[in-house]
Design a protein around this ligand. Sequence first.
Ligand SMILES: Cc1cc2nc3c(=O)[nH]c(=O)nc-3n(C[C@H](O)[C@H](O)[C@H](O)COP(=O)(O)OP(=O)(O)OC[C@H]3O[C@@H](n4cnc5c(N)ncnc54)[C@H](O)[C@@H]3O)c2cc1C
Length: 397
Amino acid sequence: MKLKYGEAEEAFRAELDAWLEANYPPESARHPEPRSSADLVPWVRQWQRTLFDAGWLVPGWPPELGGRNATPVQQMIYFEELSGRHITRSANPQGLGIIAPSIRDYGTPEQQEQFLLPTLRAEISWCLGMSEPNAGSDLAGLQTRAVLEGDEFVVNGQKIWTSGAHHADWCLCFVRTDPNVPKHKGISALIIDTTSPGVERRPFPDLLDRERTDFNEVFFTDVRVPRANLLGELHQGWPLTQGSLAHERSMLWIDYAYSMDRIVDTMRGLADHVATDGTRLGADVHFRDAIANAHVDAEALRCIGYRGFSKFSHGRAAPEHSLLKLFGSESIQRAILSVVDLLGPDALELGGDTLFHHGERPWGQQYLYSFAGTIPGGTSEIQRNIIAERVLGLPRR
Ligand SMILES: Cc1cc2nc3c(=O)[nH]c(=O)nc-3n(C[C@H](O)[C@H](O)[C@H](O)COP(=O)(O)OP(=O)(O)OC[C@H]3O[C@@H](n4cnc5c(N)ncnc54)[C@H](O)[C@@H]3O)c2cc1C
């Protein structure tokens, strides 16, 4: 399903298509893959900079910030085209997608000058220090302390799962500045130079790929941070944790929908595969079920997404938005698992170009990677709690 919009919107799409055709480096998939989500390898820096210079990096933003004041519908078209072509905008999604908008919304003019344009131009990269060993889903329980001494905060504590910290120049770090108030109220956001004395970044390998380390533990021991690096008001960091990118985040489901299309296409390509028991997959009723289910899920995701977007763009409440991350990430996981089940050991060899931007990966690896959708930004269980309480109005347990 692909919706058509009005003439002006379709002209916007045509302009973007022509620009991508002329500028996207087709060989990008063969360039060296960034080694973490904050590793700005040269071709990625160049590509993000090219998007910025042409006003295609964050089209909903004003031109001086790399945008073109695109309307919500135009932004929807933008994400449709990028996801449909499987094009990434940045190697540092935390920096571009979460931290830059937070600095735009909450930063002082000095912070904006120092950090915003260099982030958009891919000159610096970021990591996001939220999770701690005892504060993941219950983020408000974070314990890393920052004490104000004169013009500096002194930070002590530990973060974990900090993606890309070992390649990041800066960390947007959530710390407890007032331990004597209810836990949501005593949190502040600090911009911390990752090379400051007392910051120790310990990368550790993940399940998927021991060459491409992304996760880190980050330890802070008496780290001194200038007061000028406080983002937002003192003790008022909680609204920042809720994300300031409501518009763009509400369109992330588009990427899930196109990933589902790629999964369905790759599944169809397996129809002639002969399984270890001698059956041709295409003749297996379970395989046919799995493809049909994945196709129906992809279409359902689009219907829910477009309906939510339509309500949102008419200024109405859109409870659909609460369903999309859960349904999108779990649909992907379910479809991939069904293929892994059917392929058995062959899932360690056979693959496709579905979730990853850099070439084909075996289905077994893609299944492991699918947890990067169902855990961060609120696990599936937490999403279900939110739907139960805020959308369906069920009582809290
Ligand atoms: C790919 C990836 C990248 C990440 N990148 C970052 C990053 O850059 N920066 C960062 O700060 N963090 C990052 N994280 C961490 C992520 O935000 C946390 O893993 C997530 O918030 C869950 O927290 P946790 O791992 O501590 O699990 P826990 O909160 O301990 O949860 C464990 C299990 O219990 C369930 N559970 C917990 N509470 C409830 C409840 N109230 N009701 C029902 N079930 C519950 C959870 O769903 C989960 O299944 C990343 C995680 C992943 C997978």
